[in-house]
Design a binder for this molecule. Structure first.
Ligand SMILES: NC(=O)C1=CN([C@@H]2O[C@H](COP(=O)(O)OP(=O)(O)OC[C@H]3O[C@@H](n4cnc5c(N)ncnc54)[C@H](OP(=O)(O)O)[C@@H]3O)[C@@H](O)[C@H]2O)C=CC1
Ligand SMILES: N[C@@H](CC(=O)OP(=O)(O)O)C(=O)O
Length: 362
């Protein structure tokens, strides 16, 4: 069971798109309490209400418990009362700042790309590879720390994809080849993000670095912890090709996924649907209050999932799959939808922290 004692948390990048989502999701959390907020020098010294009033884009108002907190510079000394640090920092600064907080013995849960491929840092998707936290003792030992560590989330498009791939790999693997085409929401680009003249009535077929991140991250996430606990053995043999597009949707990344299995005969559509529906990752067996009831929700309607209707399924922490059907080139194809700032960012970080608490790492 998780600690019934409240745990104080700090949020770095609190004024940004992901930072705001942390604040919204933590408003009524059972044991995580926001104690401190950090952002750039542009925001530091202002109350959160002053600093974020223009950029706040959530559908609920700024919670009163944080509105009058003074935004702090992102330096560990200012966060002394916190045990957990959630980072929604811009990647230009996240790497160095997060390392400082780790060295100062904080448990850091990052959304940025900087530390994701570090061989001692779990690239943790809470509904997929909670066991990768087994490397934390080794990370601490390697850096001479007794409490501090860094865990990162995956890229938001990678996250939705691996939640659907993991049960298929476990049941029917190995996976041989994946082709994925994304249709990504504008909130993925942060605030103010993509200019309206670029995206309204349009599709932009390029998101810098996104395809490379998706192709690299899948193998680490679907890989295993090495036998000595000293790092990760990436999944070998799987080839992934991603094609990423920005579309005029506010929240929710949609992906068309084409899968080829090594196994012959390949699983049927009915078998794939049954395995997706039955998927119960480790996080759903632990005391993880933010976990959705179902990691994957499969819809039968021929025109779903759709971001406007389905993006908040499972509180935004489920992956919604639809249109599961045979593929005449590979074996099976489907469409999936995941919330890019909830499961794809702040929601995963919060579940990652809840898992770490449940496993006694915090
Ligand atoms: N949006 C999404 O769907 C996803 C985003 N991510 C990643 O999460 C991170 C945050 O993304 P997002 O919220 O969209 O970005 P935003 O641009 O909306 O927010 C960036 C945040 O970083 C702060 N910041 C910028 N420069 C500095 C600095 N020099 N020192 C301290 N703080 C600084 C900003 O503060 P200030 O307001 O004061 O400038 C702001 O709080 C990024 O690394 C992104 O790649 C990951 C998955 C999904
Ligand atoms: N690139 C994602 C969001 C993001 O910031 O990804 P990453 O954390 O991998 O840099 C998007 O635009 O939708």
């Amino acid at each position: 069971m998780h600690s019934t004692q409240p745990i104080s948390v700090g949020i770095l990048g609190a004024t940004g798109t992901v930072g705001q989502r942390f604040i919204q999701l933590l408003e009524n959390h059972t044991f995580l309490r926001i104690a401190a907020l950090g952002a750039s020098e542009r925001s530091a010294g202002k109350t959160y209400r002053e600093a974020a009033s223009r950029s706040w884009k959530q559908s609920s108002p700024i919670p009163s418990a944080v509105a009058d907190l003074v935004v702090l510079p992102c330096k560990p000394d200012h966060f002394a009362e916190c045990r957990i640090i959630f980072s929604g920092l811009d990647a230009d600064v996240a790497g160095e700042i997060e390392s400082h907080f780790q060295a100062a013995q904080f448990a850091v849960f990052s959304n940025a790309k900087n530390h994701r491929m570090n061989p001692l840092v779990p690239l943790l998707v809470p509904l997929v590879n909670a066991d990768h936290l087994d490397v934390i003792p080794h990370q601490r030992a390697a850096r001479g720390l007794d409490k501090g560590f860094i865990v990162t989330n995956a890229n938001c498009s990678t996250t939705g994809l691996v939640v659907a791939l993991k049960p298929l790999q476990d049941a029917f693997g190995p996976l041989a080849r994946i082709i994925v085409t994304t249709m990504q929401a504008i909130s993925g680009a942060g605030y103010p993000g993509v200019p309206s003249l670029d995206i309204l009535g349009n599709v932009v077929p390029h998101i810098g670095g996104e395809e490379e991140k998706m192709e690299a991250e899948v193998a680490k996430i679907l890989g295993s912890v090495r036998g000595d606990g000293g790092g990760f053995a990436p999944l070998e043999g799987l080839r992934v090709s991603a094609s990423c597009n920005r579309v005029p949707v506010v929240d929710g990344h949609t992906e068309s996924v084409f899968i080829e299995f090594e196994r012959r005969p390949a699983p049927s559509v009915e078998e794939v649907v049954a395995v997706l529906r039955a998927y119960r990752p480790e996080a759903l067996t632990l005391d993880v209050p933010s976990a959705p009831a179902h990691a994957v929700v499969v819809l039968d309607e021929p025109d779903r999932p759709q971001p406007r209707m389905d993006v908040l399924t499972g509180g935004g922490n489920s992956v919604v799959v639809g249109r599961v059907r045979p593929c005449s080139v590979f074996d099976v194809k489907f469409t999936l939808l995941s919330h890019n700032t909830i499961l794809g960012a702040a929601g995963s970080s919060i579940m990652n922290a809840e898992i770490a608490v449940a496993k006694g790492l915090i």
